[in-house]
Each structure stands twice: as C-alpha cells, then as structure tokens.
Write a protein that binds this ligand. Structure first.
Ligand SMILES: Cc1cc2nc3c(=O)[nH]c(=O)nc-3n(C[C@H](O)[C@H](O)[C@H](O)COP(=O)(O)OP(=O)(O)OC[C@H]3O[C@@H](n4cnc5c(N)ncnc54)[C@H](O)[C@@H]3O)c2cc1C
Length: 408
C-alpha cells in the first residue's frame, strides 16, 4: 500500500518506521524538521526542550523493545534516577507528596497531622462530580487543598472543579491507606514508571528522534490543507495520492481539512479545548534535582525541569514552564522571584501542548472519532487521539495501529 502519514512527530515517525518495512510510506510535515513537540533546540551548546521537559521510560515491554532494539540501542542511553521535589511553604519536599509526610512534619507539624487525619478518613465511593471531587476523595481535603487543587489549577489553567477526572486514570500514583501508612513509618515510596528514566548519552533527545526518522521519506515544509477521498484513494492538497492515510494532526483541526465534513462533526471539533505552554530556558544555580513542582500561586511557573541534571556530566540549566501564553518580559519578571534562576537564555510559546478534559471532552471526541472511523481515516497520537499521552504511549499506540493495519 501507499500510506500517507500526516505529521512527523514521535507518533508519525514511530508508525512510519513500523509500516515502512512492508509498505510505501511518506510523511508530510509542515515544519522544516521532524520531531514535533518532543524536539530539542540547541542554544549556547545546550539542547533544551522548548515545549517542556521530556524524559523517556515505559511500562510497556514492546515499546522498550522497539526503542532499544530497533531505534537507539540501550547502551547509547544513560539512566537517571528521578529526584523530584515540591516547593511547599518555602521548603522542598520529595515527590510524590503522599510519601513526604515525615518531611512536612519537620517544618509544618500541624499540616502533616491534618494531611494524615484527612487521608486516612477520606471516603472514596468511586463517584466523582469533577476532578476536585476526585482529589478530595482519593487524598483527603488537606492534601487536596494544599497541593493537588492549586497545582492542577495551574497546569490546566482552570479550576479542577470544572474538569473531568478522566485524564488522571493511570497517570498519578494513588497510594491506598495501607501504603500511605507505611510511608509514614518507613521509607516506602512510589513505584511509578518514571521513578527512573533514560536520556541519550549525547545529552540531546534529538539523537533518538533523528534515529526514528532515519531512512524515512519525510516531506518537510508541507502543510496539509485539504484531504479528500476520490475513487477509494486519499488526495492530500489535491496533489498527493495514498491508499491509506494516518493523521497525527490535532483532532480539533483535522475535520476542518476534510472535504464535506458534516456540520455536527465540525461543531464537535470546535468544542475541543487545549492549552499552550510557555517556557523559559535558564542558567541556574547548582541542583541535584531532576524537576521541581510549584503548586503555590506566588510564582506563576508550575514546574522547573532541571534539564542539566538529565545530562552526563551535569550542567546548571533548567526550563521553567507555565501553562498559557506569557511574554518574554513576564517570564523574566516572574523568574526574579527565585534567585535559583540566574540568567534567562531562551523563550518559547508552543502551539498544542495539553488537551483539556472539560465537560465536552467525552461527547466531542466520540463524535469526531466516530466520523473518522466511518470514512476510514486513522487518527493517532497525543493530539490525534486527543489524549494525555507521553512519548511511550504514542509509540505503543503506533505499534498497535501498525499491527492492525498489517493484519487487515
Ligand atoms: C510540557 C510537556 C512535557 C512533556 N513531557 C514528556 C516527558 O517527560 N516524557 C514523555 O514521554 N512525553 C512527554 N510529553 C509528551 C510528548 O511530547 C508527546 O507525547 C509526543 O511528543 C507527541 O507526539 P505526536 O507525534 O503525537 O504529536 P506532535 O509532536 O504534535 O506531532 C504532530 C506533528 O504534526 C505536524 N502538523 C501539525 N499540523 C500539520 C499540518 N496541517 N500539516 C502538516 N503537518 C502538521 C506538527 O508540526 C507535528 O510535527 C510532554 C509534553 C508536553 C507538552
């Protein structure tokens, strides 16, 4: 088959790599280079992530096999232990917070006692009105009010009371009462896949991305504007013809590019909400941390990614991130609140960064995806599937789709 893949981010590149073994595959990418939002940019000789920090790991064995056996061998990566902290009342406590109650007790004993009492007495009836309700029932009121609700208000740019809890499933470590209690009396910690992660030995994630792209036919500077089905063939921009098309383009945009999409589908697509992320790249003081969460509102950054700690040897560089659009001046001014951030170096505002799980999420995604399925157009990836996907889940989804296409 002649297969067209729209977009050359991690998803497009991964499925391209898998399908090109058996098919004639071409990727169409609007930017002048492949990699999408995971691509790094090199400034002052240091590769940083303009669309927020990235690290790689996966709970899926087939993803690890694909990455280490087919793309970049395991001995070209180094493993980094997560050393993440949360800034709380001017102090740093380790992440995840549910296991840091002993540390909190050292500077805020009443808070630690309130967290413990509320966690152990929280009642989870598994019926959640919204995301705020989910946090309260899972973690108790004190932890919800001091960490989860303020932090999530920042990363979603809206109150959790206006959001669906759909995205959190599998994304957060949720201790039960027994493991929370063990955390109080021992050094028990979480078992999340990102407790350690891999980073290329070149100290640049593009090494992995470029390996993914190696050998693929990628047409860059090609913006997909129209998609049409004519006599069982797909026609892109009236010039490129394919037997099968896989789109990784954002689900809110794709239906508008397809000829004769029904109004109800276009209306559903227009209901899909997403956020941008603004990042500033800094030279910093020395740190052993890998990243820092900032739930409190005095500082509008929600997270620092200490990218220099992903490197071997370490360097003193970090990115600060805020959801939404900020000017360079606003970013620099806010950075002055923390002397850790010594010198601003580079600045970026993304396009799509996070999909938003609001009250329209379920019905709008269902309507758009059903339409795409009916017309036989595959949609894939973080924005193609309109999901909170990390790179590894994009690769997993690509593996599954490639298998489905090859079996059909
Ligand atoms: C702040 C942040 C932090 C993250 N951290 C991590 C992390 O630590 N670990 C991890 O594994 N994942 C992380 N992720 C997720 C990861 O970035 C994504 O899962 C992955 O990069 C998505 O790849 P994709 O190919 O699905 O989408 P994209 O990268 O968006 O690729 C889509 C491609 O389509 C192209 N395109 C769009 N419109 C058109 C058009 N009309 N014509 C042609 N081409 C078009 C785009 O230019 C782009 O190249 C993070 C994401 C964000 C936002």
């Amino acid at each position: 088959m002649k297969i067209g893949i729209l977009g050359a981010g991690i998803s497009g590149l991964s499925i391209g790599k898998m399908l090109s073994k058996q098919h004639d595959v071409e990727l169409l990418e609007r930017h002048s280079i492949h990699g999408g939002i995971a691509r790094t940019k090199t400034v002052e000789g240091v590769a940083y992530h303009p669309v927020g920090g990235h690290c790689f790991n996966s709970k899926y064995p087939d993803v690890m096999d694909f990455v280490f056996n087919e793309i970049l061998p395991k001995d070209s990566w180094h493993q980094v232990q997560r050393n993440a902290v949360i800034k709380l009342r001017g102090e740093e406590v380790s992440y995840p917070i549910e296991y840091a109650i002993q540390q909190i007790h050292e500077f805020a004993p009443e808070l630690a006692i309130d967290i413990t009492r509320d966690f152990l007495s929280a009642e989870d009836d598994k019926v959640y009105e919204n995301l705020e309700d989910w946090f309260r029932k899972k973690f108790g009121n004190t932890l919800a009010e001091n960490y989860f609700i303020p932090y999530n208000s920042k990363i979603w740019n809206r109150p959790p009371s206006e959001m669906s809890p759909a995205w959190v499933d599998g994304k957060l470590p949720i201790p039960n009462k027994e493991s929370f209690f063990k955390g109080l009396i021992s050094n028990e910690s979480d078992k999340m896949p990102h407790a350690s992660f891999y980073y290329p030995d070149t100290n640049n994630q593009n090494t992995f991305i470029d390996k993914l792209a190696e050998g693929l036919t990628i047409l860059t500077d090609f913006t997909v504007n129209t998609i049409e089905k004519k006599a069982k063939k797909w026609l892109i921009n009236g010039e490129k013809e394919f037997d099968l098309v896989i789109s990784t383009l954002p689900l809110n945009i794709l239906p508008h590019l397809i000829k004769d999409t029904p109004h109800e589908v276009l209306n559903a697509a227009d209901k899909l909400r997403y956020n941008k992320v603004t990042t500033m790249f800094w030279e910093t003081e020395e740190t052993e941390r890998t990243w820092t969460y900032i739930p409190e509102s005095y500082n509008f950054f929600h997270r620092y990614i200490h990218i220099g700690s992903f490197f071997k040897p370490k360097k003193n560089y970090s990115m600060s991130e805020v959801v939404g659009e900020k000017t360079r001046e606003e970013m620099i001014e806010n950075g002055k609140k923390d002397s850790f951030l010594k010198r601003p170096i580079d600045y970026n505002v993304s396009e799509h960064a996070y999909v938003v799980f609001d009250e329209n999420y379920d019905s709008a995604t269902t309507t758009v995806k059903k339409y795409l399925q009916d017309i036989g157009l595959h949609t894939l990836g973080r924005f193609g599937e309109w999901q909170y996907y990390n790179m590894d889940v994009c690769i997993k989804s690509s593996l599954d789709l490639a298998q489905k296409i090859n079996l059909a």
